[in-house]
Write a protein that binds this ligand. Sequence first.
Ligand SMILES: C[S@@+](CC[C@H](N)C(=O)[O-])C[C@H]1O[C@@H](n2cnc3c(N)ncnc32)[C@H](O)[C@@H]1O
Length: 268
Amino acid sequence: MTISTNAQNVMLDHSKAKVELYKRYLSIYLNILSKADFVSKVFLYDLFAGEGKYANNELGSPIEAMNSIKNHYFANGKKIKDIKFHINDSGISKIEPGKKKIDRIGELISEIFTPPNVKVVLTAFEYSDIYPEVEKEVRSLKAHEKALVFIDPFGYKEIKPIELRSLFLSKSVEILLFLPISFMHRFSEKALNDEDYTEGKALELFLRDLFMNKPPQITSVHKYIFDLKCQFQNFLGSKYVDSFSIQRDKSNVFSLFFLRIVNWDFKR
Ligand SMILES: C[S@@+](CC[C@H](N)C(=O)[O-])C[C@H]1O[C@@H](n2cnc3c(N)ncnc32)[C@H](O)[C@@H]1O
């Protein structure tokens, strides 16, 4: 069987860097929460979870997250907060044609030690179908429950800033959102100004939502990222928004946005 080497089945360096950032963030998150006595349960979501393991044997986000959970459990005296880890991907594997990506993930996870109070839920829904469920669950979190939502689509078409904002009604949630900045930057002006550019409709809606009809700064990719960050702050009503840029080459910059509504001060 011949497997083509594209970013969907071979993990490229920028994806590796992204997963490394997520994994480190999750380790720190679990560590901090383990010290907060009032936190009783943690909800983790990986809503575009991928292949699990790439054709070049690199591990994707859900597997690295499970490794972080396992490592935290053993480093923390075999203790961990109750966790529900919801992993979702609607795709069919490019590496094992005919098999659902989520089934590959399930097989890989079954080989990793899972602490007894960690429950893994695997689903293969379209994001638009699973999002309302996630929103319902997150918005009904109690004060002693926390949630971390990792959103790593191939593009941004499914992502609606208004939906992200509605998750923040909970105050207990944080979101890690990965966006293909160069692509968005390149097509922003056309998407906002050319009515005949139908392929740009999703980008136009994303920008109109987020920028509340003001045009984004497009003089450079880095100004664009800064403007996105400021707009997330305005739109969510939070100063706790940050971004980390990953550059694959001159014309391919990506950004991981850290969106949070409250600071880590554990005020309830
Ligand atoms: C960038 S990849 C995720 C990579 C993954 N986080 C990793 O570290 O390996 C995006 C994934 O989203 C899935 N996907 C695309 N559109 C989707 C949708 N509408 N609903 C659910 N999953 C979707 C694809 O099958 C793909 O595996």
